[in-house]
Design a binder for this molecule. Structure first.
Ligand code: AMP
Ligand code: MG
Length: 474
């Protein structure tokens, strides 16, 4: 028995989706399978080849109803009327120990929403998505995850000719802010309500059937979004394409494109080289999160009054600030909270910015400052004076130094996914060598450990990689 069942979304009215056949590859190839995730989903008894055949469509599961979802959204601030799953489909749902989990297949061929696209994804982009999902998961940032990459000998045209591949991924939901916008802007308030009710019924404990259930639904989305973005900021993650069609209503990071983990601390860092205005720059993400929530609020205006929306949107900043302050305090090794903390944190960020320090390594090595006057990164006059205030602040904490170090090492990663690492893995994979991917996955899934054989992965990027441009075409 294969425990993948039709998605509950297939019970919604026809306007919500298109029931979908899909197009597997003639010569499918297993690139990588996520054994740990497979086990979490209770699929461990299905061998790799069988699972590949299921996703490739060579082995059919009866009664399954794969579907492409209809949605729209704001892209770079402009409303785009029709988006939808142009190359993906909601394959089914698994009742796992972690609750109901969506299985989505990306790059599975054309759908009614493909417009001029070919319905395919390229090996480069699905490897990047696989790696980032695992890296984010290991950093405890809510995220979609990849279950399997299926390679092919099919070529597709992007900026150049590239190999096509499919990605099977999991997420708690694939309902985006854009699903609501689609019905709102199509003048179908009755479907906005159907969709909100669907979410409230299907995603406990995120949403509850309280008296003001629509307000509470919106409040919860706002809270999850603010917390997700606080986690991005604390970990130096830049999404790159924060369009409302890429925002999950459950606050999970997904639709990885030209993302990047920031290396040198540059708040205006833009990872997507097609983002000429820098709309989605690292430092803008918190504000864009709020902007996206207000776009969702607007789409819910048939259910929630403007006044109530405003009241709920006001909570965003509070959730965000509190969460980020808590994360930064932990990164600095503080258990308690004191008035001077905000200033101390800002002081450190200012030094990192003016001295172009590596964001990850500065935090990872900060515990050296508990016992020394300098750290590997913090050694300028300004930094040394900051360390003095930092040590004074630590006198207010009662834990032992050893305990503080272990707590700091459990929140400040040693290894992050730097773009050049993904690039090296992609180049090897394009030459049919998947071993580099496996090694990198070992590292990014244990970001807090000391891995002697992988010490070099903790270094800053080599010179050649500094100007690596990540293409949006995927
Ligand atoms: P993304 O930038 O991946 O979030 O995609 C934005 C929209 O373009 C979504 O509606 C996608 O389904 C669609 N899209 C992206 N690439 C393709 C493609 N190769 N074929 C068809 N649709 C695509
Ligand atoms: Mg998308």
């Amino acid at each position: 028995m294969i425990p993948i069942k039709p998605h509950a979304y297939a019970e919604l009215p026809q306007d919500f989706y298109n029931l979908q056949n899909w197009q597997g590859f003639d010569n499918p190839l297993l690139v990588i399978e996520n054994a740990e995730l497979k086990k979490d989903l209770g699929l461990e008894n299905i061998d790799k080849q069988k699972l590949l055949n299921i996703f490739n469509g060579s082995l059919s599961i009866e009664s399954l109803k794969p579907l492409s979802m209809a949605y729209s959204g704001h892209q770079f601030g402009q409303y785009v009327e029709q988006l939808g799953d142009g190359r993906g489909l909601l394959f089914g749902q698994i009742d796992s120990s972690a609750g109901l989990i969506d299985i989505h297949l990306k790059g599975a061929g054309k759908t009614p929403y493909s417009r001029f696209g070919d319905g395919r994804a390229v090996l480069r982009s699905v490897i990047r998505e696989y790696l980032c999902g695992e890296a984010m998961h290991a950093l405890s940032i809510p995220t979609s995850r990849a279950l399997m990459i299926i390679g092919s000998d099919e070529m597709v045209i992007r900026e150049k000719s590239e190999t096509a591949a499919m990605l099977a991924r999991t997420a708690k939901t694939h309902i985006r802010f854009g699903n609501f916008e689609y019905f709102h802007y199509n003048n179908k308030p009755e479907y906005v309500k159907v969709l909100a009710d669907f979410c409230i019924d299907n995603y406990p404990p995120y949403f509850s059937k309280s008296k003001n259930k629509y307000e509470e639904f919106f409040r919860s989305v706002v809270e999850q979004t603010a917390c997700m973005i606080a986690l991005w900021q604390a970990n130096g993650f830049s999404h790159g394409v924060m369009n409302t069609d890429n925002m999950s209503i459950l606050g999970e990071t997904f639709d990885y494109g030209p993302y990047g983990f920031m290396e040198d601390y540059i708040p205006s860092y833009v990872c997507n080289h097609s983002d000429h205005q820098g709309r989605y720059a690292f430092k803008n993400q918190p504000y864009i999160g709020l902007w996206n929530c207000s776009a969702l609020g607007h789409a819910l205006s048939s259910l929630i009054s403007e006044e109530n929306q405003d009241e709920i949107l006001k909570t965003y900043e509070l959730f965000f600030q509190n969460k980020l302050a808590e994360l930064y305090r932990k990164k600095l090794g503080f258990i308690t909270s004191h008035n001077e903390d905000a200033q101390l944190i800002q002081g450190l960020l200012d030094i990192m910015e003016s001295e172009r320090l590596d964001y990850t390594n500065t935090f990872r090595n900060l515990s050296q400052a508990l016992t020394e006057t300098k750290t590997n990164e913090l050694n300028s006059d300004v930094a040394v004076s900051w360390i003095k205030s930092y040590q004074e602040r630590h006198n207010k904490e009662s834990k032992s130094i050893a305990k503080k170090i272990s707590l700091m090492n459990a929140i400040n990663p040693k290894y992050i996914l730097r773009n050049y690492m993904a690039q090296e893995v992609i180049e090897a994979a394009e030459n049919s060598d998947f071993s580099a991917a496996e090694a990198l996955i070992e590292v990014i899934t244990c970001p807090y450990d000391e891995l002697e054989q992988y010490e070099h992965f903790a270094n800053r990027s080599p010179e050649w990689a500094k100007n690596l441009e990540i293409s949006c075409s995927s």
